[in-house]
Design a protein around this ligand. Structure first.
Ligand code: ZN
Length: 315
């Protein structure tokens, strides 16, 4: 009986989905395969959105919905582009125009100011701003967690001021370089009153999502879009760990999730998926895991619902 209920609950939960923020980097540039989307693939994805009635919305619309605690449509898709590579302007933008899909372009400010060859100029960025939103992707594209709080602030201030000088208005959103952050990085970025702050923890968005910690899923190569669009938010309050553990040993994973869930799958970078029992919504996993990478992700998953965090080794 209990088993039956468990599978029924799991089945019902997989019938629904949430909104998604996808992030691209390079377009039609196969010299950099790991961050590239080929143009035929991009067209395939855009056709898929169209055919299955997904609505590609502007980020402003999302901001408004989150502010008003509106129900977020599971048909909403938000498209981000990080790093402002020239290949977006030269190859990608035409397709966004053709489908009238809005986007948010996160500019790596120093690359533009110093005229790094692979990056868009301010003129290109201003032209692109006719079709989408322009936002901030830091000044120096540093690994923020390794910087002092003061240096995180200084980098952001420099980027912010240069953005205002060139665009004539302030940016409304910020995306962390490499998707890396922790609580102290976040605190510095929050001083600039952005509406939205984007991470790169694969996931989804619903009305309870934190506007200052939005999950984005990268689309590179030939991803299984259908599966990615099915992902839902697992409502999670992460209690431990919050920062990269001292000595790199992860001793405990502690979080609260909905009380209806009795079992979760979990994953820590470098190891395999495992199952943990959940009691009264408490995930409490004791396990000595030696973290081998400077960047570790922890996932909790129930059916198609998932939540993840990133732990970055800092100073
Ligand atoms: Zn970047």
């Amino acid at each position: 009986m209990y088993r039956k209920f468990f599978f029924l609950a799991l089945l019902v939960s997989t019938l629904y989905s949430d909104a998604h923020i996808f992030v691209y980097h390079r377009f039609g540039d196969n010299k950099h395969a790991s961050t590239n989307v080929a143009l035929p693939e991009l067209r395939k994805q855009f056709d898929y959105f169209k055919k299955h009635n997904y609505e590609v919305i502007s980020q402003n619309r999302l901001t408004q919905a989150l502010k008003n605690k509106e129900t977020i449509s599971d048909k909403w898709v938000i498209l981000n582009i990080d790093d402002s590579y020239k290949s977006f302007y030269q190859n990608g933008l035409a397709l966004f125009k053709e489908y009238s899909y809005p986007f948010t372009l996160y500019v790596y400010i120093q690359a533009t100011n110093a005229h790094y060859g692979d990056f868009m100029t301010w003129d290109m960025i201003k032209d692109a701003s006719k079709y989408g939103e322009i936002a901030l992707h830091s000044n120096g594209h540093h690994h923020m967690v390794s910087l002092s709080s003061n240096d995180v602030y200084k980098d952001t201030k420099k980027a912010y001021d240069s953005f205002v000088k060139n665009m004539g208005y302030p940016p409304k959103s910020y995306a962390y370089p490499y998707g890396e952050y922790d609580l102290s990085v976040r605190a510095e970025i929050e001083k600039f009153n952005f509406d939205l702050i984007m991470n790169q923890n694969a996931g989804a968005v619903n009305k309870n999502s934190d506007p200052h910690d939005l999950d984005r899923t990268a689309l590179t190569g030939a991803p299984n879009l259908k599966v990615k669009l099915r992902t839902r938010v697992l409502e999670t309050k992460w209690i431990e760990p919050i920062i990269y553990p001292q000595n790199g040993v992860l001793k405990n994973i502690h979080a609260t999730i909905p009380t209806s869930i009795q079992k979760v799958e979990y994953y820590v970078s470098g190891s395999k998926w495992r199952v943990a029992k959940v009691k009264d919504g408490e995930v409490n996993i004791s396990n000595e895991i030696k973290l081998t990478k400077t960047r570790t992700r922890i996932f909790l998953k129930y059916g198609n619902q998932q939540s993840s965090i990133i732990l970055v080794k800092g100073k």
